[in-house]
Design a protein around this ligand. Structure first.
Ligand SMILES: *Cc1c(COP(=O)(O)O)cnc(C)c1O
Length: 427
């Protein structure tokens, strides 16, 4: 048995499923998860001493590579002054100023501890602001594990109001309406049949959570217009895309202004951080400025703020990072496409900037039902063939891969080579 296997056996007896977040358990690709010991730059190292090139990067935050020195230094400096005060700090003011300067639709912002907290708070704020109960989300979009979002967060069912998870009440589910991604007409129908009842539309402006799926031209604009004309709050969940697709996120890249934005992942530089913000008029209803309650003992934690500030400052001051990320993502996608063609497979690759997914399907993937046509057992074989060749992918077909600027041209070449060989093995 490998050390990872031994640890997993032990873990399963004392942690549900052996992991602290489900996708880590490798259920959808089979096999035993790697237990990671350390990571630096483009590499992670497991407990058995194997080295892998990273294409997940902690599901996004390690966009500058692992243990990026300025972030590491910021954390080292911060820990000398104690780790938590539960009182306001200078760093929180700096963080708010920096976020607002990078993401122009954000006029006021509140820090929280995860992406899930950010989306849960944003939807409460939208309901408080509009005095309405219902919301629209899109099938296959993931917004964290808040009750209201566990509806079609992984099922293509067009049926409204059927929760994905036991423990979510029917009453909660009934307030969540769902539409297929990229289907503007479906959103319009929901607005028409729920007149003056819809508080918010929440979406991933580029989806990462059914694999990488891009908005079709006009989709985001159309949703923006519908929200404006029906008085609903448009929430861009940029937990994944924020500070990634541009320093101002997908909203900058596509030129759309949401009312509220949720952030996470990159914003903490690897620490557990989230944030939500937007128009001052809306954010001013959050306690203690207004009546909508939301709080957090460790929110704005000084160590987490230090890591996040170092990360965001670097991204803000180095626009070349985004040029390089586009280049790395583009090259990998082109190389993977060529690999598919050489293997005689007419499979789909979706890519934008540092996000991409090779889909094991010939269908164009624009929504969750397209994504579900993938050959997931082939993906499982492919995943393990890549792992054997030292490339660490997300352990599910329905995830976006994330590249970092730590990937050198040489490593990109190696990954493309591994892809070609792994396909041959997986077919
Ligand atoms: C990861 C993610 C979340 C949840 O964030 P956590 O920090 O895991 O709670 C929410 N929305 C999107 C789009 C995400 O990718």
């Amino acid at each position: 048995m490998t050390t990872s296997e031994q640890l997993f056996e032990k873990a399963k007896t004392i942690i549900p499923g052996g992991v602290n977040s489900p996708v880590r358990a490798f259920r959808s690709v089979g096999g035993t998860p790697l237990f990671i010991k350390s990571a630096k730059g483009p590499y992670v190292y497991d407990e058995d001493g194997n080295r892998y090139v990273e294409l997940i990067n902690s599901w996004g935050p390690m966009i500058l590579g692992h243990a990026f020195e300025p972030v590491e230094k910021a954390v080292r400096d911060a820990i000398q002054h104690s780790f938590s005060f539960g009182a306001p700090t200078r760093k929180e003011v700096e963080m708010a100023e920096l976020i607002i300067s990078m993401v122009p639709s954000v006029e006021k912002v509140r820090m929280v501890n995860s992406g899930t907290e950010a989306t849960m708070a944003a939807i409460r704020v939208a309901r408080g602001f509009t005095g309405r109960d219902k919301m629209i989300k899109f099938e296959g979009c993931y917004h964290g594990h808040g009750d209201s979002f566990l509806i079609a967060a992984g099922s293509g069912a067009m049926t409204m109001g059927i929760p994905d998870s036991p423990g979510v009440t029917k009453a909660t589910a009934a307030d969540t309406l769902t539409a297929p991604y990229n289907d503007l007409a479906a959103v319009e129908r929901l607005f028409d049949s729920n007149h003056n009842q819809i508080a918010a539309v929440i979406l991933e402006p580029v989806v990462g959570n059914m694999g990488c799926v891009l908005p079709e031209p006009g989709f985001l604009e159309g949703v923006r217009d519908l929200c404006t004309s029906h008085g609903a709050v448009l929430i861009f969940d940029e937990v994944m895309t924020g500070f990634r697709l541009a320093k101002g996120g997908a909203q900058e890249r596509f030129g759309i202004t949401p009312d509220l934005t949720t952030m996470g992942k990159i914003i903490g530089g690897g620490m557990p951080v989230g944030a939500y913000g937007g128009r001052a008029e809306i954010m001013d209803i959050v306690a203690p400025a207004g009546p909508v309650y939301q709080a957090g003992t460790l929110s704005g934690n000084p160590i987490a703020m230090s890591a996040g500030l170092a990360m965001l400052h670097h991204l803000n001051d180095h626009p070349d990072v985004y040029t390089r990320l586009d280049e790395v993502g583009g090259r990998l996608a082109a190389g993977f496409r060529e690999g598919f063609v050489k293997a005689g497979l007419n499979f789909t690759i979706n890519q934008i900037g540092s996000m991409f997914t090779p889909f094991m399907t010939e269908r164009t993937v624009t929504n969750f039902s397209d994504a579900k046509t993938c050959d997931v057992s082939m993906f499982g074989r492919y995943f393990h063939a890549m792992l054997k060749r030292g490339v660490y992918l997300a352990p599910s077909q329905f995830e976006s891969l994330f590249v970092s600027v730590a990937l050198t041209d040489e490593l990109i070449g190696q990954v493309i080579q591994a892809h070609a060989e792994s396909l041959t093995e997986a077919i």
